[in-house]
Write a protein that binds this ligand. Structure first.
Ligand SMILES: [Zn+2]
Length: 240
């Protein structure tokens, strides 16, 4: 299976698990799910990265949730049992696989060396995560992300954002990623990054409820005081 080894074996990942905030990240898992709405159904994936114990609980929790709410359409009646069994088995088999977690972090744009993670890179990571949250990359959002990036960050690098968007595959929710990175973000950078994400959420002229929820999750995850943000804006910011 290890036809494409990471250059060196990874023993410990220097980021804390976003669920328990105490153990280090040890593994990652992706749980498929189905939700039926009488005539239609939605097939999706939930991605987790964290310590083995938390990821196990998350995958088993998804199996349990699907057993409760995954039945309400004909198609999901057929698919759901398979997904529940898949997630039960997958959940029971979760163990520490730091190399797998390291590969996932790399895909997410998060360097294994904490010291090399810049504010800009955190901006790209969270922006890409938010843009790709619904599984598709909206060109309008990308354009706003580029334009606002130029204004908000020094030495904004479009290419770095595009690299992350090239594979908008199953990422953990933006709130979890933000929590993972929170210790790397200075107080000033928090505002900068949050303003950036807000601008992207407003890309199509209005903020959808999901986007509002995502922004709230990010603010909570990075422990940003939203009042401080409002006070700053009260002074009237120079608009371009
Ligand atoms: Zn944990």
């Amino acid at each position: 299976m290890s036809d494409n080894p990471v250059n060196s074996s990874v023993n410990e990942i220097p980021y804390e698990c976003p669920y328990c905030d105490t153990a280090k990240i040890e593994t990652t898992a992706t749980a498929p799910y189905v939700r039926g709405f009488i005539l239609a159904y939605v097939l999706g994936y939930k991605s987790y990265i964290g310590c083995a114990s938390c990821v196990r609980k998350k995958v088993l929790g998804e199996a349990g949730l699907s057993a409760l709410v995954g039945w309400f359409s004909i198609t999901s009646l057929i698919i759901n049992p398979f997904l529940i069994i898949y997630n039960l088995i997958q959940g029971l088999l979760v163990r520490a696989t730091p190399e797998k977690a390291a590969r996932k972090l790399k895909k997410m744009g998060i360097p294994l060396n904490r010291e090399t993670l810049t504010t800009n890179q955190i901006g790209y990571i969270l922006a890409a995560n938010m843009i790709a949250a619904d599984g598709k990359v909206d060109p309008k959002e990308v354009r706003v992300a580029e334009e606002m990036g130029e204004k908000i960050f020094e030495d904004f690098d479009e290419a770095s954002l595009h690299i992350l968007l090239a594979e908008p595959e199953r990422m953990p929710p933006v709130g979890e990623v933000a929590k993972l990175l929170k210790n790397q973000i200075s107080e000033d950078a928090k505002k900068q990054i949050f303003n950036y994400l807000t601008a992207i959420a407003y890309a199509d002229g209005h903020v959808a409820a999901e986007e509002k929820a995502m922004l709230a999750q990010v603010a909570q995850a990075i422990e940003l005081d939203l009042n401080s943000l409002r006070n700053d804006q009260g002074g009237g910011s120079p608009a371009g």
